[in-house]
Design a protein around this ligand. Structure first.
Ligand SMILES: CC(=O)SCCNC(=O)CCNC(=O)[C@H](O)C(C)(C)COP(=O)(O)OP(=O)(O)OC[C@H]1O[C@@H](n2cnc3c(N)ncnc32)[C@H](O)[C@@H]1OP(=O)(O)O
Ligand SMILES: O=C([O-])CC(=O)C(=O)O
Length: 374
């Protein structure tokens, strides 16, 4: 038996390799990307700067950033055949399935034929993901065939304009930027590890990212922001939230958006997105969902010493910006793609196939009994 207390279950506490991209919950450094604290990046950088950092190891200077943003803007449009595929996906499909299909299909049309194209493949996906999500969403929900190119020079602004068909406010652009920075990278989380395992077989970038999307989809990982939204919308008031959460804990249900595999006392991303959620609630003109969220946070800490992870206040923040709940986890994909692709590149640079072993707990050796005698 794997001894859970020794950290065997879920590989908890075991190092599975080296990375120069990120620290998570390390004493003295907390959450850093290539040495930069995440709160420093959220205050002083844009998402495109962070993407450049993860792909190149250094922040860009002004000229490099301009060139990078222009490059990404030039890669946004979708091939006609991909649009046709997206048109055929029904409105009740889960958008994470749409992202998975969109990523995989693009890999058929524009395959990464050798690893010298890895930056091109990663940037193409980065540029195209908002359009994959919004083209399908607007076509299947509103019957509108949107133009996949906008004049918004940030990925966050581009996404909001594709979704709403109008120029976003500066505040909403900035919140998207911060959110994309917070979600960009997180060491050996489940989806990134999926991407690295796939990369270790020398597979292509599109396969690595498609697999990672599948891992992120689950409610124990990226899907928690959507699940948290569904939960808080059921609570009628802060008091009701506490009563209902008590029942959920009693029934041993997981409260989505709380707890973490690595952090023990807090997730450093929470304080940042929570502050934005509060600002957006005031702008929205109705703070009740924010107040309910704060009550959830207090209740979970007081009763279980469980804290909000990055997903919890993202739910209300996205909601206040008018983003449909179904699109919450796909936005995470648009951001985390940067971390995934950077890890794929890092794995390839010093590769050995990832192949751990398992402790066997099955039956003792036995002989096949002929089927007629079973
Ligand atoms: C961006 C991200 O992906 S962040 C993670 C997003 N996921 C979620 O929000 C889903 C809800 N949270 C969880 O399911 C878990 O906290 C995980 C998956 C994030 C981490 O799982 P683990 O590392 O196994 O959690 P951990 O070992 O800290 O759990 C300790 C105890 O707290 C419980 N617990 C942990 N999180 C929660 C929660 N959200 N609700 C209720 N109980 C919880 C566990 O069941 C466990 O109880 P037990 O000892 O009786 O079995
Ligand atoms: O690190 C993890 O296990 C999950 C997480 O917070 C992330 O991927 O952002």
């Amino acid at each position: 038996m794997v001894d859970k207390k020794l950290g065997g279950a879920g590989l908890r506490g075991q190092s599975a390799g080296e990375t120069a991209l990120c620290t998570v919950g390390k004493s003295g450094s907390g959450l850093t990307y290539c040495g930069y604290d995440v709160s420093d990046l959220a205050d002083n950088a844009t998402f495109e700067e962070v993407a450049y950092l993860l792909f190149n190891g250094e922040l860009p200077n002004a000229a490099q950033l301009d060139a990078y943003k222009s490059q990404l803007m030039s890669m946004r449009d979708l091939p006609k055949t991909l649009k046709e595929v997206l048109q055929r996906i029904p409105a009740d499909a889960h958008p994470m399935d749409v992202m998975r299909t969109g990523c995989s299909f693009l890999g058929n049309l524009e395959p990464e034929t050798d690893f010298s194209q890895q930056h091109k493949a990663a940037n193409r996906l980065l540029a195209a993901f908002p359009a994959i999500m919004c083209y399908w969403y607007r076509f299947s929900h509103d019957g509108v065939e949107i133009d996949c190119v906008t004049d918004e020079d940030s990925l966050g602004g581009h996404f909001l304009k594709l979704l709403n068909g109008k120029t976003p406010s500066d505040q909403h652009r900035r919140v998207m930027d911060v959110s994309l920075i917070l979600y960009a990278e997180h060491e050996f989380n489940a989806s990134t590890f999926t991407a690295r395992v796939c990369a270790s077989t020398l597979s292509d970038m599109f396969s690595c990212i498609t697999g990672a999307i599948g891992s992120l989809r689950g409610p124990l990982h990226g899907g928690a922001n959507e699940a948290a939204m569904e939960m808080i919308q059921k609570f009628s008031s802060p008091e009701d939230a506490k009563v209902q959460m008590a029942g959920m804990l009693e029934r041993k249900e997981k409260i989505m958006g709380f707890g973490h595999a690595i952090y023990r006392e807090s997730d450093p991303r929470n304080v940042i997105i929570k502050a934005w959620s509060e600002k957006l609630a005031k702008e929205f003109g109705d703070t009740s969902l924010y107040d309910i969220s704060v009550a959830c946070e207090e209740y979970m800490w007081d009763t279980k010493k469980l804290f909000c992870n990055a997903d919890f206040f993202h739910a209300s923040a996205y909601h206040f910006m008018g983003i449909p709940t179904k699109l919450f986890t796909p936005i995470f994909v648009c951001s985390r793609l940067t971390g995934w692709a950077a890890h794929v590149m890092e794995q390839r640079a010093n590769n050995r196939i990832i192949r751990p072993s398992a402790d066997y707990i099955g039956s003792a050796p036995r002989k096949v009994v002929p089927i007629s005698e079973r």
